[in-house]
Ligand binder design. Structure first.
Ligand SMILES: *Cc1c(COP(=O)(O)O)cnc(C)c1O
Length: 376
């Protein structure tokens, strides 16, 4: 199979990278195939998920906001460091260690992936450099401070929109320069092959657990599974548990101002072909969202394929709708969600379905300043 054919999801995915990265991607692809087949890796990962990450996370029935639906929340907000990102970070840190890489570079938007990367680097004694747009650093101050405490170096990115898109470009640039010693710990199911597959597999634990938990609780599969989509990793993780169940609707919710699937077009961004926000000339357009974790003009290639095949549907939610859902969940259920999954909740509360699961991808501590500044 040629390189161009590997890692394709329909018309999307692949590798659009400079020559210098191809050996590293080949090494990662080969290494990952060996490592994931190794029982000692799976045992080590499972042990860390249980004792360090806090898995399995609960599946909680939100009785006070269902409005006639039986609404369940998959509580990824209860993971160590407060979001699903740690599932991927722990797995990739183990892979980096087995590949003999002592240095990690990562990009971050909301700061949740940066914190997850800094956390696993502390745990495994790896050097950690996190690229973050200066705009995001300003709106996600607590996470910048957490990364510092954890011993990571946060490098501000001062060009373009100063958000996740530029931070990702900088992380890739660093990786190209230091590829011998460095593993690029990408934070979502984006980037060149094999990253979308690796991240999906490491996040699929969400879907496996959810499937078992909903069968235990309800004796049947849900009518719909709903998740927010930034790069798409929490969504692909929970969807993975239900892809083969045709009766289960899979609903991805994008920020209305960053709807790479809803309003995007085919194009290449950060090493893969997917659906991206771009103008008629193919220039990547700026995304706009109240939530830093969804503020990205690209999306994982597998989601573009799931959209085209009709297996999953993708709908937008506005900043105001997300804020309203966040307040409702806080006041009726005593759970302060992150702004990202509040988008998913907003659409889930309107679905014409009896039994619905929402992936509550993270907790809201990081968003307090933004939420309070918008009043009630
Ligand atoms: C980063 C983040 C997201 C968006 O990333 P995906 O890869 O789309 O999951 C969603 N929710 C939270 C809490 C995040 O931190």
């Amino acid at each position: 199979m040629s390189v161009a054919e590997r890692g394709l999801f329909g018309a999307y995915g692949g590798r659009y990278v400079p020559e210098t990265l191809v050996p590293a991607l080949d090494e990662l692809e080969r290494g990952w195939a060996e490592i994931r087949a190794d029982a000692s890796f799976q045992d080590e990962l499972a042990h860390l998920q249980e004792t360090y990450v806090g898995r399995p996370t609960p599946l909680y029935r939100a009785e006070r906001i269902g409005d006639g639906r039986r609404l369940y929340l998959k509580r990824e907000d209860l993971c160590h460091t407060g979001a699903h990102k740690i599932n991927n970070a722990v797995g990739q840190a183990l892979v980096a260690r087995r590949l003999g890489k002592r240095r990690i570079v990562a990009e971050t938007g909301a700061g949740q992936h940066g914190v997850a990367a800094a956390t696993v680097c502390a745990r495994f004694g790896l050097e950690c450099v996190v690229y973050m747009g200066s705009e995001d650093m300003a709106r996600q101050r607590p996470n910048v401070e957490r990364m510092g405490l954890l011993g990571a170096e946060v490098r501000p990115v001062e060009f373009g929109t100063r958000t996740l898109k530029e931070a990702t470009s900088e992380a890739i640039r660093d990786w190209i320069t230091n590829v011998e010693t460095t593993h690029y710990l990408i934070g979502s199911c984006v980037g060149p092959h094999p990253y979308p597959e690796i991240v999906r597999e490491l996040q699929a634990v969400i879907g496996r657990e959810t499937r078992g938990q909903i069968l235990d609780a309800e004796g049947r599969l849900p009518d719909a599974v709903v998740a927010c989509v930034g790069g798409g990793s929490n969504a692909i993780g929970i969807f993975a548990g239900f892809l083969g169940d045709d009766g289960v609707r899979l609903v991805g919710v994008e920020a209305a101002g960053a709807a790479s699937l809803g309003t995007g077009r085919p194009g290449v961004l950060h090493g893969a072909r997917s659906s991206i926000l771009a103008d008629e000339d193919g220039q990547v357009a700026d995304a706009h969202s109240i939530s830093a974790g969804l503020d990205y003009p690209g999306v994982g290639p597998e989601h573009a394929h799931l959209r085209d095949t009709g297996r999953a549907e993708y709908v937008p939610a506005t900043d105001e709708e997300a804020l309203a859902a966040l307040h409702l969940l806080a006041e009726r259920e005593g759970i302060i969600a992150a702004l990202e999954p509040a988008h998913a909740l907003a659409r889930a509360l309107e679905l014409d379905a009896e039994l619905v699961v929402v992936c509550l991808s993270g907790r809201g501590d990081k968003d307090l300043a933004v939420v309070l500044s918008h009043g009630r």
